[in-house]
Design a protein around this ligand. Structure first.
Ligand SMILES: [Ca+2]
Ligand SMILES: [Ca+2]
Ligand SMILES: [Ca+2]
Length: 244
């Protein structure tokens, strides 16, 4: 019974979590990448946010939906986009974000940080932020050099629980048998401040001060009381299933 319940909850992920933003960071789609049809591919259902590969040094922020600002940290920091050509979709057998990890932007030239600021959040909810950090080509090793750690912290708002540090990975588009667990994402949960604002600071341990950012997701987490209600509903459903 309890095993079945646990399995059900696991299968549904964070039960009742609602997606607020899903952003696929990638190379500017209109920018030629050597041959037609080899540009970055935006993940279905996600919002594209792109930076140029060529001459990108003035790109300190990337286009994002209202309520989100993504900034490369430090004096001289900028974003460069990579996708298409030798880069491409990674076949992740148990996840639906293959095109998120197939392209990326990287913060470089600054202090190895990226700031992601949110406005207009619900002050009564917790939110979980996840960032992906993969390089899908083997000929751009500098973006993933050393597979550096990326640490998330909250600079506006309040941390909830423990943060999980991510790491840059170099799983390329030709890799076979890739699963979601092969990627080391940065994950952090927070409550916004009293005005509905929150800021996530990502800090790279890269000696060359790169921070590879392939995608980000923000989901709202149900309050504990509603979690109990949902678990109760699951129990009732299970009992009914056993009786029928
Ligand atoms: Ca993409
Ligand atoms: Ca997949
Ligand atoms: Ca991406």
């Amino acid at each position: 019974m309890w095993l079945a319940l646990a399995a059900l909850v696991a299968a549904e992920g964070v039960a009742g979590a609602a997606v607020v933003y899903r952003i696929d960071f990638e190379r500017t789609l209109s920018e030629s990448s050597g041959s037609p049809g080899t540009s970055a591919i935006t993940q279905s259902g996600w919002t594209s946010s792109a930076a140029n590969n060529n001459a990108p040094t003035t790109t300190t922020t990337v286009p994002t939906p209202a309520g989100v600002t993504v900034t490369a940290g430090g004096a001289g920091g900028y974003f460069q986009g990579r996708g298409g050509g030798t880069w491409g979709t990674v076949s992740v057998t148990d996840a639906d974000w293959d095109d998120v990890v197939g392209d990326t932007i990287a913060a470089r030239g600054g202090d190895g940080t990226v700031t992601i600021s949110f406005t207009g959040l619900n002050t009564a909810l917790d939110y979980t932020f996840t960032a992906w950090h993969n390089v899908s080509a083997t000929d751009s090793p500098s973006f993933s050099a050393g597979f550096y750690t990326i640490t998330p912290t909250i600079t506006t708002g309040t941390l909830v629980g423990l943060a999980t540090a991510g790491a840059a990975s170099n799983i390329d588009k030709n890799a076979i048998g890739v699963v979601a667990a092969d990627f080391s994402n940065s994950v952090i949960t927070f409550t916004p401040d009293g005005s509905g604002n929150a800021t996530v600071l990502l800090t790279s341990a890269s000696a060359s001060q790169f921070l590879t950012l392939g995608g980000m997701e923000l989901v709202s987490v149900p309050e504990p009381s509603s979690m109990v209600l949902m678990l109760g509903g699951t129990m009732v459903a299970l009992v009914r299933r056993r009786r029928s």
